[in-house]
Design a protein around this ligand. Structure first.
Ligand SMILES: NC(=O)c1ccc[n+]([C@@H]2O[C@H](COP(=O)([O-])OP(=O)(O)OC[C@H]3O[C@@H](n4cnc5c(N)ncnc54)[C@H](OP(=O)(O)O)[C@@H]3O)[C@@H](O)[C@H]2O)c1
Length: 232
């Protein structure tokens, strides 16, 4: 039985990933920073709700203790993410107004949250026969794709995903026994982008599910989108 934890899974791509992995027979821990919304979402899917705020050390530690006590972890999907410089009306905070506080808030979830999760869960993953980590990144984190993108989509969010890509490469080297990859789901209609994304969550979650289910002989240290491996 594969035991899987997904952060930020009460809605959006995380919720759809949870749905698909429950269907695939995983025991899914559905992480949600709001315990009530997490419980409702988990009940709908037949998953197990786990209160989890990736910016809160105590919350992450408590989730790790719960999951360890219930049998450990095989697959960690670091999905929780924010883009506070994207406003509800789909405008982007002007770069002149970017403050250390705003970029700090973004990194606290998208980057340090992943480090916090890995720090707490690597001991559990280390005891799995087929450990897997999926970091949900973005094409905006790829320097080549970001340079080639015609629009201005902020500073903090792309920088946070570039940092996440770099973390993925180095953690994969540090833990060759764990399959650790980054994925880009593609531009998907969710609350993150005011539901302006052109893909459905079913389409976006496909690559997350694919890389969460690669098994012990799958690739590691890579960056994958809907069409397969892509350059960093
Ligand atoms: N949608 C796209 O086009 C797209 C493209 C590329 C990459 N991504 C990435 O895909 C991932 C999922 O995003 P989404 O599009 O599904 O957005 P979403 O619908 O806004 O979902 C984001 C999830 O992250 C959770 N979250 C935020 N901060 C958290 C924290 N501190 N601790 C735990 N959970 C937290 C949210 O919880 P609340 O409900 O409590 O806010 C929510 O469950 C993100 O990493 C995003 O960067 C999305």
């Amino acid at each position: 039985m594969t035991r899987t934890l997904i952060t930020g899974a009460n809605k959006g791509l995380g919720f759809e990933t949870a749905r698909r992995l429950v269907e695939a027979g995983h025991t899914v821990y559905l992480g949600s920073r709001d315990a009530d919304r997490g419980r409702v979402a988990a009940d709908e899917l037949g998953a197990r709700a786990v209160p989890l705020d990736v910016t809160d050390e105590e919350s992450v530690r408590a989730a790790a203790a719960t999951i360890e006590a219930e049998g450990g972890l095989d697959v960690l999907v670091n999905n929780a993410g924010i883009a506070p410089e994207w406003r509800a009306d789909n405008t982007v905070v002007d770069a002149r107004e970017l403050t250390p506080a705003l970029i700090g808030q973004t990194f606290e979830t998208n980057v340090f949250g992943v480090v916090r999760m890995l720090h707490a869960f690597l001991p559990l993953l280390g005891r799995s026969a087929a450990p897997v980590v999926v970091n949900v990144s973005s094409s905006l984190g790829s320097l080549s794709r970001l340079s080639g993108h015609p629009g201005y989509l902020g500073v903090a969010y792309p920088a946070s995903k570039s940092a996440l890509n770099s973390l993925t490469v180095q953690y994969a080297k540090a833990f060759p026994e764990i399959r650790i990859n980054a994925v880009c789901p593609g531009f998907t209609g969710t609350d993150l982008n005011g539901n302006s994304g052109t893909q459905t969550v079913e389409q976006g979650a496909e690559v997350i599910v694919r890389m969460a289910t690669i098994g012990p002989d799958g690739p590691t240290g890579g960056y994958v989108d809907v069409d397969g491996p892509v350059a960093w």
